[in-house]
Write a protein that binds this ligand. Structure first.
Ligand code: MN
Length: 280
């Protein structure tokens, strides 16, 4: 069995003028293809060819890791871009504002991180087990999955990603990328199981080795689950249900009580979080 690439989800010239057809031809058509060819050459006839890219990323080092991660990272990057501008969904806006101060501050911090990466690498927006968002810098083929984070969005800062269109101006490339990000997809990933989502997304022709995938799923279920406990207001009896959130006050469904902002108040009587206790 060989690893394959999903087709690019848009035409080669669809991202112009921010990303030229020539850049895509080289980046997708040559660089990514080379990583894929290398990976197939390195794994052919070995047990490594029977498992998922995610498994290789989590369990290997050296050339197999480098090429598997570069295939995964690039596929994820190209799948995150959209020829049409996509508005940031409210839920993602809420999370970005909660964790970075505002959308603009998030973009400023992300750009700073992306321009600070020395040499080749990837800047990531990733989610931890509790649902908080983080900006993560990775060198070379690095992927935050290895540290237990779920990738939501990435920008490739290898020179080959921007040199044709922007020469050495990495910062300008990052600025232009904001217009290409499919924020709807980024928001959707907040709710997806990292590995199963990627396995479905990346290739329908690839099958997963049953034993190996079981191992991966174990590493996922070991992580703490978000608490979906309901909390009751001790002054008025109003109940906060994480499954429903408090959308009228900017709290999306799925927000655990512990993740509510400190300034959040009971929508019925106006007291603070301290006046709530776990429902029995
Ligand atoms: Mn690249």
């Amino acid at each position: 069995m060989i690893f394959t690439l999903p087709p690019l989800p848009y035409a080669m010239d669809a991202l112009e003028p921010y990303m030229s057809q020539q850049t895509i031809e080289y980046h997708y058509g040559k660089h990514l293809q080379t990583y894929l060819d290398n990976l197939n050459r390195l794994t052919e006839g070995t047990p490594y060819s029977e498992v998922s890219l995610e498994h290789l990323i989590l369990t290997t080092t050296g050339p197999i890791f480098n090429n598997a991660a570069q295939v995964w990272n690039h596929t994820f990057f190209f799948e995150t871009l959209s020829p049409e501008p996509v508005k940031i969904p409210v839920e993602l806006e809420f999370a970005l504002t909660r964790d970075f101060g505002s959308i603009e501050e998030f973009k400023t911090k992300f750009k700073k991180a992306a321009t600070e990466i020395f040499g080749s690498g990837w800047a990531w927006l990733a989610q931890d087990n509790a649902g908080s968002l983080h900006i993560i810098k990775e060198s070379n083929a690095g992927n935050p999955m290895r540290a237990g984070y779920k990738p939501l969005m990435t920008i490739d800062v290898w020179e080959h990603a921007y040199y044709i269109d922007y020469r050495n101006r990495r910062g300008e490339f990052i600025d232009k990328c904001w217009g290409l990000i499919n924020w709807k997809k980024v928001a959707k990933r907040m709710h997806e199981d990292m590995l199963t989502a990627r396995i479905t997304d990346m290739s329908e022709t690839r099958t997963e080795g049953a034993i190996e995938v079981t191992v991966i799923e174990e590493t996922i279920t070991e992580k703490p689950k978000k608490s979906m406990d309901r909390y009751i207001c001790i002054t008025c009896g109003w109940v906060y249900d994480p499954a429903e959130g408090d959308p009228e006050n900017g709290i999306p469904p799925g927000t655990p009580f512990d993740a509510l902002p400190e300034e959040w108040i009971c929508p019925a009587c106006g007291v603070g979080k301290d006046y709530f206790e776990k429902e029995r």
